[in-house]
Design a protein around this ligand. Sequence first.
Ligand code: ADP
Ligand code: MG
Length: 357
Amino acid sequence: MESQAESKEVNVRVAVRIRPLLPKEKLNGEEVCVRVVPNSNQLVMGKDRAFTFDNVLSSKTTQEEVFQLCVEPLVKSCFEGYNATVFAYGQTGSGKTYTIGGGNISSLTEEEYGVIPRAIKQMFDIINAEQNISFCVKVSYVEIYKEELQDLLDVDKSSKEIHVREDDKGNTVIIGAREVECSTLDEMMSLLEAGSAVRHTGSTQMNEHSSRSHSVFTVVISQTWTEGDVLATKRKQSQSESIDGLDEEITHNTCAKFHFVDLAGSERAHKTGNVGDRFKESVHINSGLLSLGNVISALGDPKKKSTHIPYRESKITRILKDSLGGNAKTVMICCISPSTASFDESLNALKYANRAR
Ligand code: ADP
Ligand code: MG
């Protein structure tokens, strides 16, 4: 039997991940204000505010479990030609970067690796086990800061050189961003590390810059196979009975991309008390998150089906356009801190995530 989530027409799943209290929060005597209802996909904030999501991941959930539950199925569909997007939403400090895996990788044990290193490892495992298909894997890594694109794989490039376009087939392309072909996992890991380092050391205060920008790590997988090669392999294995219907001359191509998105912090502009430039930044960030919320909620609303989905309202939704909803698979991981000190922000994040369902 199909699960409820699978039978939903729109391929948007929403998971909530509650991180553990950090050592310094424990030292401060902060307390936990959220609990998971055992054996369910429900959580309760404070006394009685209950929420239900596709997955509720308690503070004990490991990185491997998050990957297996939320992302592994998307990697598999990517090889079947479906675009995919996984994004982390939540206030600064809630665990987005830890979950997505675009932090300082060299400081982590393999067990602590987030989603990206695990997903790309799985991609190369699949590729290396395949005999009849030839693959081309390319990666790009950009950041959106104040509605401008920055290339994390080429720091010298001016943001004016990078644009989002839609080609005649409706595919979204980022023109001008460096795209690197990788033939090994190591190569791709190095690019992830280098790009992430730009993001996390590029500013004076560590979390300052990354909390105000969205980062998008994109892997494009192209596959080519000929029925002739499959025939040759099958003949070698003398599986003559299964070669009917294959034609030596026919070549197949598929291409799909996987976006891994670490969104800007969801904390409200008013809370940071920003004025001037900082305030303008907050407005940009929030308009990106707002329009992403609008797009996802419109995708989930059957009444709005095929009518206007407001992709054009921000850079982040323009970039993700062909990888959200429709034929694409999308997972939103809403990260929350368990601490009473974050109650209001966590509640806001859960409301945002709830709209996406
Ligand atoms: P964000 O990117 O949302 O600002 P981070 O991913 O940087 O948040 O996480 C904030 C801190 O909490 C970091 O020190 C991180 O290592 C830690 N942390 C986040 N999630 C977890 C988790 N599930 N288990 C252990 N530590 C975590
Ligand atoms: Mg972060």
